[in-house]
Design a binder for this molecule. Structure first.
Ligand code: TYD
Length: 237
């Protein structure tokens, strides 16, 4: 199968919604930041859908269990399972919501596969990216927020949360390679991926995230959405 045909960027903005992904190593605070942004969108009465990978669908929840709490998974099988989760998630949740004009916030998307399976597992970032683009029929986020922090910060937070999953127990070198790969991806696609320093107080990070989303809405959303989002962000500040 020739996957490289899907490596090219899909037609820009083929849907009326806004697709935003959050990425980063384990424990960098994605969940907290997604919650903060969700609260802003809710206050602004902007329709949104919050979701995650792996596990954003019923099928995905089963795949998630296999991946994170099952036995050892060989690297190629792991990459294919994440891609299968993503294919089903995009087809049944993400694209329909974007088609209805909603904002979709996903906790992880294809950059996680490229960084975790492609680089940190040495499968080859381009092949893993092509596999994901095939799985999703070429859907890339409109904005990717990369929460970046020293792996020691994330690891302390993940440890404080109690039980660690299979990937969180990986050695330090794995997490260092992961961070580096995410930063490489951000350098390769600066128009899509925004790096936000995550080793700062939650409020500061949230304000920067809100600014990035405001810019996206101003470029791609309606003027009513922009006005409402700005008003909600001002109240929050
Ligand atoms: P999760 O508990 O969601 O971690 P986090 O809170 O850090 O996002 O577990 C998801 C794990 O799966 C995480 O360690 C990253 C990994 N992962 C991949 O390896 N490849 C992928 O494509 C995705 C989406 C996640």
């Amino acid at each position: 199968m020739n996957l490289s045909a899907f490596a090219s960027v899909p037609p820009a903005h083929a849907h009326p919604g806004l697709f935003i992904s959050f990425e980063g190593g384990d424990g960098v605070g994605k969940t907290t930041q997604i919650e903060r942004l969700s609260a802003l969108l809710e206050a602004a009465h902007i329709e949104f859908r919050r979701t995650r990978e792996p596990g954003g669908t019923e099928l995905g929840a089963q795949i998630r269990r296999l991946l994170l709490h099952g036995g050892q998974v060989s690297p190629r099988a792991e990459a294919l399972l994440y891609a299968a989760d993503r294919a089903h998630h995009v087809a049944t949740v993400v694209r329909p919501a974007l088609g209805r004009g909603e904002v979709v916030l996903t906790d992880r998307y294809l950059d996680s596969s490229v960084a975790y399976q492609g680089a940190a597992r040495a499968l080859g970032p381009q092949e893993v990216r092509d596999l994901s683009l095939w799985a999703t029929d070429g859907l890339l986020p409109d904005l990717t927020i990369l929460l970046d922090a020293d792996p020691a910060v994330g690891s302390a937070r993940a440890g404080a949360r109690g039980c660690r999953d299979r990937l969180e127990r990986e050695p330090d070198a794995f997490h260092a390679a992961l961070r580096e790969e995410f930063l490489v991806l951000a350098r390769q696609e600066p128009e899509r991926i925004e790096v936000v320093a995550a080793d700062r107080p939650v409020e500061e990070v949230a304000a920067e995230v809100a600014g990035l989303v405001e810019r996206l809405i101003s470029a791609r959303g309606t003027s009513a959405q922009l006005k409402a989002f700005r008003a909600a962000a001002r109240l929050e500040a």
